[in-house]
Design a binder for this molecule. Structure first.
Ligand code: ADP
Ligand code: MG
Length: 694
């Protein structure tokens, strides 16, 4: 394929960083097109396409010590070669016997014998591949062969992510020829930073990350380039924010919150007062409010948001609040109506499932300024919504939305104040990154009188006894939630997708709670049906609610005292903690039962951990350490640029150093306009250009 591509003459002329990748020796237009799909346009882009890992030839295994069924490099001498044989079906096979003092090794190539042809009997080589067989008979099929001279030249072979029809080997060849002919890449980091963190220079690091001489050199290069990547990211996030800050926020005057606090049936916690004061101060300030309100489940975030709405309303502005589910939106509309109605705040609910006529009426009220607060789901974001005077926007359960949606909502107002709220505690390091562009207020205090939710892990065989307990609780006037999966394990997501929850509802819940009023809730119900079930539960007309995880976030029924979670092993700890947060909202004792028949040790350990911990931060940390960030965020887009090198959970220290450095740099040069910062500024532009950020 390479031969088919016209090779352009590029004699001794050194290539500049912005030389199109097509002119790199060995690339050509066709390959350049594939590179383009990876975001690689220029020589500099190519050199900054970093390897994912290496095949390390510096520490080959003796044959007997090579691990089975894993890729390994083995050093062995060739003992004998057999002639190629033709296999049935037209395939050919070549066998070579090799070995060292420790054991012998059989090497087999199918359909290619040029590797074997080049081997000289008696010589030592490096063979890379998957070792299979038994302790007495080891073999590798289709190993890669390298000579001692080759290994001396490239002791560690870079492995690149293979995509868009570009193999790792092909990328490696292109990178190698680029390294040969290129002018050194310019240094983006100021000399002071290099010195402070003892980082190698850019060009040295780029060369070393592609062809390191030893694992240590690769690690040093990676450290330097990871720092650069994180610094770029942090700079971009801070610059994004200051772009918003250049705009004045909706001009508001300070407002005394005392009448609002006095209207409540309870006293706000000190944390709630503090957070509300911070929000109001921001809104009365010159730069727009751009703040994250983080507080564990049940800490009373809604009330803080309400204080902000109060302030906006006193200033003649509309507010919008966005929630992740219809159930939650309806509940918020309800709560906020009660809290703010007395002050003349007119609340409109706007969800995707609303009847067309009702929706039209709500939209008209919003546009005419006849609604002061719009509460809704994503529908609020749809293009049809026009606000008369939006001044304050709240996004609840921020972890469920991307950075992008946050921006969209803000875009609805000319000069928005934006508050995002999250119950899912985000470990500090990730918080720094995700919310590096936000100020943070924390509710570190629960309303008084809350008792920890007694949490027990139980096996299915105890279900009957547990239901006995549920019956007693209901007898005492309490309500219970029972959460179970929508589908059975392995079942398709077809028309029977509701089997599990429906069957459970009939055959377990109703059967074991005879004479009790049991409700059923799941995502497939019509919005009106959902609302009716929720209403009935809230009003105490249902004793028990069998539900899927649609009630996971935010739902607030203080009389509910027991949460049962069936198949608890299916959920991450943070999700379980959220579910558990549905109870323990009143003053009475409350319980959470994690039902699981899963025997796995890690599952038991996980559930036990939850039984002994109520602290959302600890729980999130455990989840992150044991399940990784992918699970932590689910597959929801958090909207950050894709990072090549940095591991957000592991590179904690680098992340903190990068943020500190970014702040310092922008302190000296707020727009990165100084000549010495041009390379870095261009890099920031580039990282954020490739994302959905705007
Ligand atoms: P979350 O932070 O999880 O969103 P909510 O805003 O839903 O929490 O509040 C949880 C419950 O606590 C609600 O029933 C709310 O009325 C109640 N609450 C909030 N603040 C206080 C307070 N200061 N004193 C007593 N109860 C409060
Ligand atoms: Mg909430």
């Amino acid at each position: 394929m390479k031969a088919a591509e016209p090779t352009l003459k590029k004699e001794a002329l050194p290539m500049k960083p912005d030389t199109p990748v097509q002119y790199v020796k060995g690339v050509g237009p066709k390959t350049a097109e594939k590179f383009l799909r990876l975001g690689v346009e220029t020589l500099a882009d190519l050199l900054q396409l970093y390897p994912r890992r290496y095949i390390d030839y510096t520490r080959p295994f003796p044959v007997a010590q090579a691990p089975f069924d894993a890729d390994a490099v083995v050093k062995a001498a060739v003992y004998s070669k057999k002639a190629a044989v033709r296999l049935p079906g037209g395939r050919t096979m070549v066998q070579v016997l090799a070995g060292d003092d420790s054991a012998s090794l059989s090497l087999t190539w199918f359909n290619t014998h040029f590797m074997a042809d080049k081997l000289a009997v008696g010589e030592e080589y490096y063979f890379e591949g998957r070792v299979r067989g038994t302790l007495t008979r080891r073999e590798i099929a289709n190993p890669t062969v390298r000579t001692a001279a080759q290994v001396a030249r490239t002791p560690m072979v870079a492995v690149y992510p293979q995509t868009e029809g570009l193999g790792s080997g092909q990328i490696a060849r292109c990178v190698a020829s680029a390294l040969e002919g290129a002018d050194p890449l310019p240094e983006p980091l100021p000399p002071a930073l290099l010195a402070k963190y003892k980082l190698p220079g850019k060009w040295e690091a780029v060369r070393a990350i592609h062809c390191p001489e030893a694992p240590e050199a690769a690690a040093a290069a990676r450290r330097r380039l990871t720092f650069e990547e994180l610094l770029t990211l942090q700079l971009g996030l801070i610059l994004l924010r200051s772009r918003g800050a250049a705009q004045a926020g909706a001009p508001m005057r300070g407002v005394d919150l005392a009448p609002f606090w006095a209207s409540l049936p309870f006293a706000p916690t000190a944390a709630q007062r503090r957070a509300a004061a911070e929000i109001c101060a921001d809104m009365a300030g010159a730069a727009p409010l751009n703040r994250l309100l983080q507080g564990d489940v049940g800490s009373g975030k809604t009330l803080v948001a309400a204080a902000g709405v109060y302030m906006a309303h006193q200033n003649g502005y509309q507010s919008a609040l966005m929630a992740p589910t219809e159930i939650l939106a309806a509940q918020h509309a309800d709560t906020l109506e009660k809290l703010l109605g007395p002050f003349g705040v007119r609340v409109a609910l706007l969800t995707g499932g609303m009847k067309a006529a009702a929706k039209r009426a709500a939209l008209a009220a919003v546009a005419a300024g006849e609604a002061d607060l719009v509460v809704g789901t994503h529908a609020v974001l749809s293009t049809g919504v026009e606000f008369a005077r939006l001044g304050f926007a709240v996004v609840d359960e921020q972890h469920r939305f991307g950075v992008r949606q946050r921006g969209l909502l803000a875009g609805k107002a000319q000069s928005p104040h934006v508050l995002v709220m999250s119950a899912t505690p985000i470990p500090r390091t990730l918080g720094l990154l995700l919310y590096g562009d936000l100020d943070i207020s924390i509710l570190d205090e629960l309303p008084p009188g809350r008792k920890p939710v007694k949490t027990r892990a139980v096996r299915g065989e105890k279900r009957r006894a547990m239901y006995g307990f549920l019956n007693a609780q209901i007898e005492a006037g309490r309500q219970v939630y029972i959460v179970c999966p929508r589908v059975e394990e392995g079942e398709a997501d077809g028309p029977d997708a509701l089997n599990a929850v429906k069957t459970y509802y009939k055959e377990v819940a109703q059967a074991l709670l005879p004479g009790r009023r049991v409700g059923l809730m799941h995502g497939k119900l019509k919005p009106r049906e959902k609302a009716a079930v929720m209403e009935a539960f809230k009003a105490g007309e249902l004793d028990a609610l069998v539900s899927t995880t649609v009630i996971e976030v935010g739902v607030d029924v203080p009389n509910a005292a027991v949460m049962v979670i069936e198949n608890a092993e299916r959920y991450g700890l943070s999700a379980l903690h959220q579910l558990r947060g549905r109870v323990g909202r009143g003053a009475q004792e409350s319980w959470c039962f994690l039902v699981s028949d899963h025997g796995g040790e890690s599952v038991r350990e996980r559930l036990q951990f939850l039984c002994h911990t109520q602290d959302g931060f600890e729980i999130a940390k455990y989840d992150l350490e044991h399940r990784g960030p992918g699970d932590f965020f689910g597959d929801r887009q958090h909207g950050l640029p894709t990072l090549q090198l940095a591991d957000l959970t592991a590179d904690t220290r680098a992340l903190e150093a990068a943020q500190k450095s970014a702040r310092e740099l922008l302190g000296q040069d707020p727009k990165l306009a100084a000549p010495g910062h041009q390379v870095l500024a261009a890099q920031v532009e580039r990282l954020f250009r490739r994302t959905t950020f705007n």
